[in-house]
Design a protein around this ligand. Structure first.
Ligand SMILES: [Zn+2]
Length: 255
């Protein structure tokens, strides 16, 4: 092993004997340990999680193998493609145009977007989350469908309530304009936290010109960066530090 780690002044890494293998990082995904191999420089530049995995005095940094048993193989594959191309495709292969219009398929697609977004959270990769968000919006424009109850349950299980993705789902529902009775029917299966969020927005708007709010929200929804995570330089530094802690905590928890 060609790495030495000095703990005197933090995690200082000295590469004493560089060789080709030093530049590779293997990621084993899912319970069946599907293997992905990356250039370490590329993946560490993109993700604080992998930077933490490579930098510390962890089993992962010595073996150059990271285990992600909880991650979804196909979604991680989409992340791997994103690292190479900058693009994300979450489409399921071999699905006919007719099937694509079914609610069953739409629910599956929503879940894939949510799982991908959660992966971007776990890997501390804001640029991936932002591209997933763009893809989701463009997919929804094509298929004209609001998010289903079952998907919101998935979202609350996997994604932070303060995330831009949840904000997007709330904005969609707030303006969905259901009649009282249909809202009663539709809301029965919604997660409690979600109904509470909707109630808060509506309550806040009860004394204002609702049409004005709708127009403002429409403009906001259509803004390119409304649901992106962009940080100022200061926030980005803090984000990187938090990311390092979170990444190390995740690694520690996996042992
Ligand atoms: Zn943006």
């Amino acid at each position: 092993m060609a790495l030495t780690v000095d703990h005197g002044g933090g995690a200082l890494i000295t590469r004493t004997k560089p060789d080709d293998e030093d530049d590779l990082l293997t990621v084993l995904v899912g319970e069946d340990k599907h293997e992905f191999v990356f250039n370490r420089g590329t993946i560490c530049k993109k993700s604080e999680f992998f930077r933490a995995a490579c930098a510390g005095n962890w089993k992962e940094s010595a073996e150059k193998i990271v285990h992600l048993p909880e991650a979804h193989k196909e979604i991680f594959g989409a992340y791997s493609d994103f690292l190479r191309t900058g693009k994300v495709s979450l489409n399921i292969k071999g699905v006919s145009d007719v099937e694509k219009e079914t609610n069953q398929h739409k629910k599956q697609m929503y879940d894939r977007f949510i799982v991908a977004y959660a992966l971007g959270d776990m890997l501390l990769d804001a640029s991936f989350r932002n591209v997933v968000m763009d893809e989701l919006k463009s997919w929804m424009d094509t298929y004209r469908t609001n998010v289903f109850h079952a998907n919101l349950k998935t979202a609350y299980d996997m994604v932070l309530p303060s995330s831009k993705l949840m904000q997007f789902f709330i904005d969609q529902w707030v303006d969905a304009n259901y009649e009282k009775d249909s809202f009663r029917t539709y809301s029965e299966g919604l997660p409690h936290e979600f109904v509470l969020e909707l109630a808060c927005v509506w309550s806040e708007e009860r004394n204002v010109d609702r049409r004005k709010r709708l127009a403002e929200r429409k403009t906001r929804r259509e803004g390119t960066c409304t649901y992106h995570d962009h940080q100022s330089a200061v926030e980005e530094t803090q984000y990187a530090l938090d990311g390092m802690d979170a990444g190390l905590a995740l690694l520690a928890a996996s042992h």
